[in-house]
Design a binder for this molecule. Sequence first.
Ligand code: SAJ
Length: 406
Amino acid sequence: GTVGVVGLGYIGLPTAAILADHGVQTFGVDVSPGTVEAVNRGEVPFVEPGLREVLKRAVEGGKLIASLNVPAADAYIIAVPTPFTSSRSADLSFIEAAARSIAPQLRGGELLILESTSPPGATDHMRDVVLAARPDLAEQDLLVAHCPERVLPGKIMDEMVTNDRIIGGVTSEAAVAARELYSTFCTGELLLTDAKTAEMAKLTENSFRDVNIAFANELSVICERIGVDVWELIELANHHPRVNILQPGPGVGGHCIAVDPWFIVDSAPEESNLIRTARETNDAKPDWVLGQILRAIDAGSAASVVALFGLSFKPNIDDLRESPALQIASRLADRRPNAELLAVEPHIEELPSSLSSCENVSLVRTEEALAAADILVLLVDHDVFKSLSRSQLTGKTIIDSRGIWR
Ligand code: SAJ
């Protein structure tokens, strides 16, 4: 059968490319003309190792064709964003728009798979939107399922094939149909359940990580107060056979772990105390690090030069989305306009707009920052920063939010 993939972003595009590469006739759909044109030229509009080769093969072989409009297909995979609103509930408008764009093409019997991370009930809601647009179709005319993506950016091409997958059918017939589709390229286990459990499973995985990072972040604040090295503490505690604490940092970034737990909180606010508190603990961490930097600046005599090492949301990538490091940098620029801020981020060529508009911030290379700054702030544990030698750091005030310069 043929597959239409709606949304050609970080998840949709690799999914479409891998399906096509496994011989499935695939149609990619996106609202951005730039994305559609790039894909049809075999070009990837973002950085993801290994994707370009597979995409190029798929497009050149005629197995993947991108367009702005939804064509008729036997199955659809919806991979659009689910951001959260200012009131911290899920914004389902992209899912609703995708559902309405697919509706006119349906003949009955199609499989509709929602891959976007969604709050409990969103898959049913998507089906209702389709049926409202097509009163001539009945519930049993459509096979609807939720199969959340769980791939790690940077390892998508690997994980998309090898990860186990949760397949939640609105009906068991839909789950079986979805399993058949994923078995064309997925070598991991395909685990069948209902749609709501699948929605909750995805949110639970990211909340598990968020709660555990919050534990580490809270420990780091406690340790600072009582004068204990938190990284030594965690390393020692982790020698216990049943203890495995994660690493503290300047906060939690990216567009998944800092968002998804709110969907759980929103679905059961009274019962979600731990998950909410963890989210708030992690969200408070950038300002705590900022406080450390402000105190270091104010303790100095002359006007300070501060070097900020790393801007991305996690190590060894160029992704600045929802980055706590970036938040700290722009708040610092705002709070201390007389301090000179030197940002070191080897993975980007120019500063993002939130910083380029600040007159006291510039993007420099490591050597320049080390030569000019009296305060060094480590925000992202990029490998290139780990290899700096101790002698390059002596005589400076050091604020190390990741514990790699101890
Ligand atoms: N972080 C810490 N300490 C740690 C681990 C992470 O501070 O010990 C921070 C990172 O620096 C970063 C944030 O957490 O700012 C998130 O990074 P991450 O590597 O934990 O996760 P993401 O956002 O890149 O991808 C996650 C993954 N989920 C899980 O590991 C449970 C991925 O598998 C999901 O597919 C992805 O979210 C998603 O799209 O939901």
